[in-house]
Design a binder for this molecule. Sequence first.
Ligand SMILES: Nc1nc2c(ncn2[C@@H]2O[C@H](COP(=O)(O)OP(=O)(O)O)[C@@H](O)[C@H]2O)c(=O)[nH]1
Ligand SMILES: [Mg+2]
Length: 213
Amino acid sequence: MISMNEEKAVGSVIDSIKQVVPNAEILIVDSSTDKTAEIATEKGAKVIKQFPPKGYGRAMELALKSASGDVVITMDCDGTYPSEDIPKLFELAEKGYDLVNTTRVLHKPKHMPLANFLANRLFALVTQVRHGIKTTDVHSGMRAYKKTLIHALEWSPGGAAFPVELLIRSVKNGYKFIEVPIDYFERLGNTTLNKLDSTVWTFKRIFCKKYYH
Ligand SMILES: Nc1nc2c(ncn2[C@@H]2O[C@H](COP(=O)(O)OP(=O)(O)O)[C@@H](O)[C@H]2O)c(=O)[nH]1
Ligand SMILES: [Mg+2]
């Protein structure tokens, strides 16, 4: 996970992960000024401090590259993703999928504003048309990645919407991809999402050739 000022959520998120996969390495790249890192450390997570914050993408790249398992599962540190689905993602990766994406938006989740739901569906539709990738959610934060994939490709983590690139670049490079539906819960604490910036970067990452040479 990556975290920035998630002290309201981090404790319960780590507890829920430990309940499902007690032996998993829980690693957090933290850029907080609040008590997130202390709580996470006390709960047994490995915390890598990245401060001052360098943005979602750079934190996520560091987290992905620092995890030690052959399969790395990402989630937001905000209580929105279902920890109980971790084993399902892990099993699909073990079966041979290099990237197991999840979709939150097969139906509109109760706790996702309508505008966000429609935007997510649009981003995925444009990705389908442009790249031929069967997806309905290019922004999901819950995924399983094979370690080999993470280290084989060169990423551009600067700027918003990095999950879009993680997905498209992986599939365009021939890695085996599958997507499964998940529940999406109400967020604990406040979002850091800047909608305009995220939208602009989403289209840049879908269309600009320099991201996929
Ligand atoms: N380390 C780090 N974590 C971040 C940064 N920006 C966002 N996050 C974390 O990334 C995750 C996704 O952010 P969130 O605000 O939930 O965005 P949303 O899911 O699009 O609403 C959360 O766990 C945030 O705490 C950052 O600059 N550095
Ligand atoms: Mg979130």
